[in-house]
Design a protein around this ligand. Sequence first.
Ligand SMILES: NC(=O)c1ccc[n+]([C@@H]2O[C@H](COP(=O)([O-])OP(=O)(O)OC[C@H]3O[C@@H](n4cnc5c(N)ncnc54)[C@H](OP(=O)(O)O)[C@@H]3O)[C@@H](O)[C@H]2O)c1
Length: 295
Amino acid sequence: MSGEQSEMKTVCVTGASRGLGRAIAEKFLSSGWKVAMVARDEKKLEAAADSLRRDCKRARSDAVVLAFDLSGRDSARRCFKELKRHWDRLDALVNNAGIQGPIGKFCDIEAEKWDVAFGTLLFAPLDMCREAIPWMAGNGGGDIVNLSGGGAASPRENFSAYAAAKTALVRVTEILALEYSAENISVNAVAPGAMPTDMLSSVIEAGPEAAGEREYEAARRVRAESCPDILRRAAGCVYALCNQKSPKITGRLISAVWDPWENLAAHSETITRGDIYTLRRVMPQDRGERWEAEA
Ligand SMILES: NC(=O)c1ccc[n+]([C@@H]2O[C@H](COP(=O)([O-])OP(=O)(O)OC[C@H]3O[C@@H](n4cnc5c(N)ncnc54)[C@H](OP(=O)(O)O)[C@@H]3O)[C@@H](O)[C@H]2O)c1
């Protein structure tokens, strides 16, 4: 630890070198937090941190750069060891780093590609949670946001590995929320909506044959039309969930695009009591059907 721990709140944002992660880092930094930015490419990460420090008029030590490939099983442990040399507490963790993973029909994808997708999209954020939770718990609590994505709440053809990893991440989010609410730790998932980032470009590069006509055309449309504001809006949603007052909303999947997240604090008790914003099975009665069991 550097010794000069201030009153400033601290957040670790993975995948912060570009795309949504960079927008999230900017939101926290411009709101007065200290930010640890994680990604694989150190040069790009340093460049992103430099430009954010400049734009937000913040000191070098306010944006810490941690170059790690989080898909390795020991990476989170090493990343947190390094982070603890800078800070003596962590207020928030945003598990944003991601890859699109293999695109195509299930039988056309080699099994090993699922390993890479799950390593980055599921095991990496879980390993980060495993490190963050005890640290937060020892300091009175904290807030965690895991980035969800297309396929977590409904099937997504030709993206089975990505969709399965994100669905699992949302379910574990619900479970961690239950397990650690007594420690004042909130764990939520955010669906940011389709954004014109490198990840979206990989859908366009895969082409309609692999991605399917619908996904391909949708990606092209987002690339052509989407305003940059969509990244800022998603970053705002993540920030709101990491900056909550009690009673905290926890264990929910919030859409940055469709949900009124700016006003959710007013409904936190209702949300936490029931199953609003959770992954659940649709029952016949939910669709107006009344089926009696045969005697
Ligand atoms: N774009 C969309 O339309 C969309 C829609 C829904 C959800 N999401 C989700 O939003 C999040 C951000 O996506 P994005 O579109 O901003 O992606 P992006 O532009 O491709 O950025 C991905 C970030 O993750 C980092 N990263 C990738 N693999 C990593 C690894 N193994 N270890 C450490 N860092 C790694 C990348 O840096 P390096 O390459 O240097 O490591 C980069 O900083 C993801 O979780 C994604 O699933 C995106």
